[in-house]
Design a protein around this ligand. Structure first.
Ligand code: SF4
Length: 90
């Protein structure tokens, strides 16, 4: 399990600024930022520190284990797919 960002994300990048593991993308200096529907947590690098939960102004970040199982699974997939897509794209 890891932390996940939900569709209620408004792409405020407060979470990006507090993440010690650079696990939240796209960042404001990346080309996808303006077009992204939301920000995403990389499950491969997140260290489960919870700093992003406190930083988010709209409560869009959760520990996946605190979310209903089916929703948690969907959010984990949505977050992970962003990184699969960007790694394939290069
Ligand atoms: S839980 Fe910590 S490491 Fe994981 S995305 Fe949030 S701030 Fe980054």
């Amino acid at each position: 399990m890891t932390f996940v960002i939900a569709g209620s994300c408004v792409s405020d990048y407060s979470c990006v600024e507090v993440c010690p593991a650079d696990s939240i993308h796209p960042t404001p200096d990346e080309p996808d930022f303006m077009a992204a529907e939301q920000l995403y947590i990389d499950p491969r690098t997140c260290v489960d520190c919870a700093a992003c939960v406190e930083a988010c102004p709209v409560g869009a970040v959760s520990d996946a284990k605190d979310v209903a199982p089916r929703l948690a699974a969907r959010l984990q997939l949505v977050n992970a797919e962003y990184y699969e897509y960007t790694s394939r794209r290069g």
